[in-house]
Design a protein around this ligand. Structure first.
Ligand SMILES: Cc1cc2nc3c(=O)[nH]c(=O)nc-3n(C[C@H](O)[C@H](O)[C@H](O)COP(=O)(O)OP(=O)(O)OC[C@H]3O[C@@H](n4cnc5c(N)ncnc54)[C@H](O)[C@@H]3O)c2cc1C
Length: 503
């Protein structure tokens, strides 16, 4: 207790009384994010305003041996942004939310890591000719921050088929190392270079050490990204695959997605909604024109962009020729006829394609996410795996409100897929343990049977990877050696990758 009082005063002197608290309700609320992984309650929550303050807090934490957990928007789904076990200090980075530089000449934007994706996209769209970051963060971008997206290797908010995960568009970072030193990675590692523009050069890609690290290797305080002018012309279309057995629907969808990827025609986004998911959206009457009669099977849609109408027409013609060769049915050109792709551009603001879906699930539902990267040709195998999992666990799933493992799929640059999904349950404290066991079983099946490549490690996915023996001893030791070098006192998010009890 003395230790905590001691650190409280020291941090208070750095950030000011208003931005630190140990109040029980606040600390309790910071023991949660969007998932139900049972984790600890911090002793202190602090909201620094700049990188120097973050650096000083880390130095104090090292001296006092107190654990630190960085947090952005808290929209993590795998237990990332909360302590493992009670205690420690959560650093909420959302006060660090400025756009620091928009370099229109060289098309680079530099921001503080606590700004949300939605704020960044909105601000960029109003500058000059209107810009965006190509891939526009995760689908939780209305609360998720740049720092969270980079730490989780996020992808899914829009633009993924053309621009990949957000980490692919990142050209450099400012990072507070666990021991408190502030460093630049990328071009600015040369202290005579005044602007970021590439991650590569000056030696290995050290930004990579902090991308997808769930914050265990350092706290990202600034990040720079490529900028792209918002394309003037955009179009998209929506197709239904039906009147065939469900397994055939997946085969057709997989073949079409591979054709699209091999063709090299620029597709901004494409999504595949399983029969189940399409039925769900129909049930909640969210998508215009998706009546019971009109949509019975699974749905696939694409969007594309161009700089001239001629270029757009040419792209649309080539993309749709491939779709029509697969004998699948166009729902109709207008939003009212069910053209979800057109809705994406006309009514949803071109980015954050999924934001209107999230309100649907309600406060009593929790998502046990198992999102992963998948080789496109491997998709039918994942379909079988989900079916096996649901069959094997049918009784338990029934007892949990008729739950089932489900997913949707989207294309990621240059040519793989993201299988987004997992299990959704009605939240109930009494059955948390059974939910968590089912979640871990699904993750373990994905890891062991199909060599799954998950990308938000958080708590539960890190644990499942280590427990299933997926990481070779040599690789595990390599990760541990890096972590020990960067964080000799093991104070930054200890336990997230199960790198021994202490790290
Ligand atoms: C409705 C919904 C939809 C989602 N859709 C997607 C999706 O499409 N794609 C996707 O990838 N994810 C998705 N997610 C998961 C999650 O929201 C994202 O991964 C998101 O990027 C997390 O950002 P955040 O700012 O909320 O991070 P947090 O939840 O605050 O933190 C996430 C992790 O990053 C660490 N961290 C945060 N900021 C920093 C920093 N500055 N420096 C170092 N470490 C840091 C935390 O310690 C934690 O381990 C979704 C979640 C929800 C609830």
């Amino acid at each position: 207790m003395t230790k905590i009082l001691n650190i409280y005063e020291k941090i208070e002197n750095i950030v000011g009384t208003k931005y630190i608290t140990d109040s029980e309700p606040t600390c309790y609320s910071y023991s949660m994010n969007c998932d139900t992984v049972l984790q600890g309650i911090p002793d202190i929550v602090v909201r620094p305003s700049n990188a120097k303050e973050v650096s000083e807090i880390l130095k104090i934490a090292n001296n006092e041996g107190i654990k630190i957990i960085p947090r952005g928007g808290g929209a993590d789904l795998t237990g990332g942004a909360k302590p493992i076990g009670d205690g420690g200090v959560v650093i909420d980075l959302t006060r660090m939310n400025s756009i620091l530089d928009i370099d229109e000449k060289n098309l680079i934007v530099t921001v503080e890591a606590g700004i949300s994706w939605s704020e960044l996209c909105d601000q960029l769209s109003k500058v000059g000719i209107g810009y965006y970051t190509g891939t526009t963060g995760p689908a939780s971008g209305f609360s998720a921050t740049i720092g969270g997206g980079l730490s989780n290797n996020s992808v899914g908010g829009g633009g993924a088929a053309m621009y990949g995960a957000v980490t692919e568009q990142c050209v450099g970072l400012e990072v507070a190392l666990p021991t408190g030193e502030l460093i630049y990675t990328g071009a600015r590692a040369n202290s005579f270079c005044d602007k970021q523009f590439t991650r590569f050069g000056l030696g290995p890609d050290y930004s990579g050490l902090f991308l997808g690290d769930v914050g265990i290797n350092g706290i990202k305080t600034k990040a720079s990204f490529n900028l792209y002018p918002i394309p003037e012309y955009a179009a998209g279309n929506t197709f239904e695959i039906r009147n065939i057995p469900e397994s055939k629907e997946y085969e057709i969808a997989t073949t079409l997605m591979m054709k699209w990827q091999h063709s090299q025609v620029p597709i901004h986004d494409f999504y595949y909604y399983t029969r189940n998911y399409a039925a769900y959206l129909k049930g909640v009457r969210l998508v215009k024109g998706w009546t019971d009669k009109k949509v019975k099977g699974s749905v696939i849609f694409y969007t594309t962009v161009a700089n001239t109408q001629k270029e757009l027409d040419d792209r649309v013609e080539r993309i749709e020729k491939m779709a029509k060769e697969m004998q699948i049915r166009e729902l109709g050109p207008s939003v009212e006829e069910g053209n979800l792709a057109k809705w994406f551009y006309d009514e949803n603001g071109r980015w954050q394609w999924a934001h209107i879906y999230w309100g649907l699930v309600g406060a009593d539902t929790t998502s046990c996410g198992t999102c992963l990267k998948c080789r496109t040709s491997q998709l039918p195998k994942y379909v079988e795996l989900y079916a096996d999992f649901n069959a094997k666990n049918s009784k338990k799933l029934l007892s949990l409100g008729n739950a089932s493992a489900d997913f949707i799929v989207f294309g990621v640059h240059p040519h793989y897929l993201d299988v987004t999904g997992g299990l959704s349950f009605t939240t109930n404290r009494d059955n948390r343990e059974i939910q968590e066991n089912l979640w871990k079983d699904l993750l373990t099946m994905q890891i062991k049977e199909l060599g799954a490549v998950h990308y938000w490690m958080g708590e539960i996915i890190g644990r499942s990877l280590v427990d299933s023996g997926a990481l070779s001893g040599e690789y595990y030791n390599f990760m541990l050696a890096i972590k020990k070098t960067l964080d000799p006192n093991g104070i930054l998010s200890p336990g997230k990758f199960y790198l021994t009890d202490h790290y």
